[in-house]
Design a protein around this ligand. Structure first.
Ligand SMILES: Nc1nc2c(ncn2[C@@H]2O[C@H](COP(=O)(O)OP(=O)(O)OP(=O)(O)O)[C@@H](O)[C@H]2O)c(=O)[nH]1
Ligand SMILES: [Mg+2]
Length: 375
């Protein structure tokens, strides 16, 4: 009896110590929305930006009741708007950015020396950490802080009206300028850091099921490979108001680094995550071989991916063969493997705590800095 009591006191003490160190994940209160409203995550986009055209100048001569020839009074055209990328923490992906962004044209000049109105600039909101490349792939801008702007396409200047051209010699000029065309260019914009944690695994390992279980994201789940074709993002909230973004990435297969399966594009997604979570299907034979293949693929693609903070997860422990395999994976790999069941929700709490620990340790890490340095 006394022993039992001592044990429980010890346990509660360790729980108190633990909760002081690591924030607990908050359960989501809102019910999930009906319908399939949640869209996939867009982390790179190629777009054309066109600045607004300047307004034309005006040719006009003023007639007054007392003075028939009161002189030229054609006003100038207004300037066309610029297209500007602005970094903000309000948006998380590039889904709001259109593929063709055109700013408004300036207004034409009018008579009685009325100048046309300048057009408003078109502000495209992009997440903090967006890298801007020109059409040849050279990095020309990096919006690393909220509020930073990059003028992507300048609007054309407004044309001068005939009033502007009055000289001592020419008092009644019959000329004006057309408004200039705006710049028209193409850019590739990419988010440097896509999510805090990326789920890496073979197809059918249960990555999408896991993301559905720990967040409100709803990627499609089905018992066939390559269900997920685009990345999905889910947010896990903790009691200290930190939010960890978890990305469900499409499955990797052997030779992914040689563009097999869904290809290199998806390894690029992994590169934009702060930490990686290897998801293994523990119900398969020798699941540790899958971990080796995953690590090999990542290493072949980029050496610094191997050094990313990572965590290994053995999924599907609701199946008896999987439960037995968890210890075997630990023994074979020498890593701390967490056994969970994404389907039944078993042991997800300890996974979320481990994620928080990794996040706290690495949250100041800048992802992909070396790769995106100005050339
Ligand atoms: N028994 C069991 N089945 C699971 C578990 N997690 C996922 N599954 C099943 O595994 C199958 C594949 O799950 P997904 O979540 O679509 O797998 P995925 O890794 O996202 O697959 P891809 O999108 O193709 O890469 C589905 O039939 C799930 O129901 C689990 O913990 N236990
Ligand atoms: Mg999936």
């Amino acid at each position: 009896m006394l022993n039992n009591l001592k044990n429980t006191i010890k346990l509660t003490q360790s729980v108190v110590k633990f909760s002081q160190k690591v924030a607990r994940p908050l359960p989501s209160k809102k019910p999930k929305a009906p319908g399939n409203a949640i869209q996939s995550f867009i982390d790179a986009r190629q777009l054309r930006v066109v600045g607004g055209q300047g307004g034309d100048g005006c040719i006009s001569f003023l007639h007054l009741w007392s003075n028939e020839n009161a002189g030229p009074d054609g006003g100038d055209g207004g300037h066309g708007g610029h297209v500007i990328f602005q970094a903000t923490s309000d948006v998380r992906d590039l889904s709001q950015v259109p593929t063709v962004a055109k700013a408004c044209n300036g207004e034409k000049g009018g008579n009685k020396d009325c100048n046309g109105k300048n057009a408003e600039h078109l502000l495209l909101k992009v997440p903090v950490g967006t890298v801007i490349k020109n059409s040849e792939g050279k990095v020309i801008g990096d919006l690393s802080k909220a509020g930073l702007m990059f003028v992507a396409a300048r609007g054309g200047a407004g044309g001068k009206g005939n009033h502007f051209f009055i000289t001592d010699i020419e008092q009644t000029p019959k000329i004006c300028e057309y408004g200039a065309m705006g710049e028209d260019t193409e850019y590739i914009i990419e988010i440097r850091s896509m999510a805090h944690v990326g789920l890496i695994g073979f197809p059918n390992a249960g990555k999408s099921t896991l993301l559905r279980a720990i967040s409100r994201a709803r990627p499609k789940v089905a018992p066939y490979p390559f269900t997920t074709l685009k990345p999905y993002l889910g947010i896990v909230e903790y009691e200290d108001y930190e939010q960890i973004a978890v990305a469900d990435l499409p499955g990797l297969i052997p030779d992914s680094h040689k563009n097999k399966g869904l290809g290199i594009q998806f390894l690029k997604h992994a590169e934009r995550c702060m930490a990686l979570l290897y998801v293994l299907d523990a119900s398969l034979d020798e699941p540790w071989t899958y971990l080796e293949t995953l690590q090999f693929e990542l290493a072949q693609f980029s050496a610094n991916l191997q050094e990313r903070p990572h965590l290994v997860l053995a999924n599907k422990i609701d199946l008896p063969e999987a439960r037995e395999n968890v210890q075997k994976i630990r023994d074979r790999t020498g890593l701390n493997v967490i056994g969970v069941s994404a389907k039944t929700g078993e042991n997800l709490g300890s996974l979320l705590r481990e994620l928080k620990i990794i996040y706290d340790r690495n949250k100041d890490m800048e992802v992909g800095e070396e790769e995106n340095k100005f050339l």
